[in-house]
Structures are given as C-alpha cells and as structure tokens.
Design a protein around this ligand. Sequence first.
Ligand SMILES: C[S@@+](CC[C@H](N)C(=O)[O-])C[C@H]1O[C@@H](n2cnc3c(N)ncnc32)[C@H](O)[C@@H]1O
Length: 252
Amino acid sequence: MSRWCDFEGRPVQAPEPPEQGSFYGPIGDWQGEEYERNAFTAGTAQEAAFLREELSLDNGALVVDVGCGTGRHVRALAGDGVRVVGVDLSGGLLRAAAQRRPGDWVQADARHLPLRAGCADIVWSLCQGGFGITAGGDVRVLREMVRVLRPGGRLALTAFSLVFAARWLVTGDAIDVERELLHSAADVRGRDGQQRRFDLWTQCYSAGHLRLLAEQMGLAVDALHGVEPGAYRRTAPALNHPELLLLATKLA
Ligand SMILES: C[S@@+](CC[C@H](N)C(=O)[O-])C[C@H]1O[C@@H](n2cnc3c(N)ncnc32)[C@H](O)[C@@H]1O
C-alpha cells in the first residue's frame, strides 16, 4: 500500500506510477528540442569535463549514454575522439539529438539494452536518464548497464538524493518514504510553446542505499559525491546536494 505524505508528513493522495514503470517517453516526445531550454542543461560542459577527467576517458573509448535525451553530454565530448552510443526511450528526444549531431542514437528501454555484453568502456546515466525515473525498474536498468560494461570498465550515474527531496519537499509534491519515491507534477513547455502538465515519479536514494545497490551488482565504488547540475565536484554528499554522483568500476 502506498503511503504518500506531504512536506509536513500529512497523508495525501498522489497517483501511482504506470504499471510498466517507464513514463518519460511522452514527456520527451512533447519537448523534443525544447528540452535543452531546461535551466539544468546549462552546465553540460562542466559535467562532461568533470566526467572526462574522473573516468580517465581515452581516445577511442566506447561510451554508452543511457537515457541520453537530446545527447547534450555526447555533443560536449565531440572532438575528444570518443565513440558514443546514445540510448533513449523517447523518439522525439532522439530526433532532436540526431538533428544536432549524426551518431548512434538507439531507441530502446534501458531495462533491455540492445547492446552486446562487455562492449562498452564506459556506461553512464546522467540527470536520471532511465535510472531513477523508471519506477520500480532501477535494478534492471543498473543490471543492464553493468552487463554491457567490460570488466574494468567505468560506470557513472546520478540519482536524486532522498535527504534533499525530503528536506525541500514543496507544496503539491508527495513522498512515499518506504519506497523512497517522490511524486511531483510539472508544467512542461512543448515545441509549440504550449505548456502541459505531466506527472513525474523520481526514485530517490540515500548514499548508503546507492552504494549497496552498486556493490550488489558487482561494482567497486570509486567515489560517491554530492553534486548539483552544472557543479559536479569531489564533495561528500550533504543535505543541500540534490543529486548523488556514483563513480564505479566493474569488477573482473
Ligand atoms: C531527465 S532526462 C535526462 C536526459 C539526459 N541524460 C540529460 O542529462 O539531459 C531523462 C531521460 O531518460 C529517458 N528515459 C526515461 N526512462 C527511460 C527508460 N526506461 N529507458 C530509456 N530511457 C529512458 C527519457 O526519455 C529522458 O531522455
């Protein structure tokens, strides 16, 4: 049974995520190229530069970007000699990605990556790209990410912080503490400039939960940072960090 509550812990009604777990496809299709008008995309270059450094990204490495959206991180790496496969549910976002840069854009669900086991040097899911917004499906998403990674390969993912979500819950948002699930409704501007309201369900994590999950998947956790969009840094997670950034290595 769900136990949604508001910012004061009072029981409230909130819709349940769809049975199939994934819900972002229609939102992405609605936004298309407008997605990059979201303020949180402004820090893409900083995020890509930080990851390039921390993951020791080499020329020729194959990077799989899970939930790549419009491919903003892929484009930021252009010119670095890396090869990238971008996977996303949303045809609308992938079309926007392809318009900006030709590449390997694959429409698929992150729970079933259509990629060979061990093919990738680096796999990441950024800004809740599949991991964190596939209600009830994160274990399958992470298992797939680990499967396509070669032994010794590096993984990066961001996840929304449970302590931040609980601390800054606003009117209209609801949280289910047992499932660590946040519900919010967002007005999203589409390609025609019109706004439409969508339900969002974000799986939140404590640092300890995320670490445990990664270790159970055969990953060695290299670092767990507290970050915010456009400000990826080597900082211990704190109450004011909206996101956790996990960096890990696949054990042989
Ligand atoms: C908040 S956006 C982040 C996009 C991109 N990583 C970025 O940093 O801008 C979430 C992305 O994940 C994709 N997504 C959500 N659930 C997914 C799933 N189950 N499989 C594949 N992609 C998914 C959405 O279509 C969307 O592009």
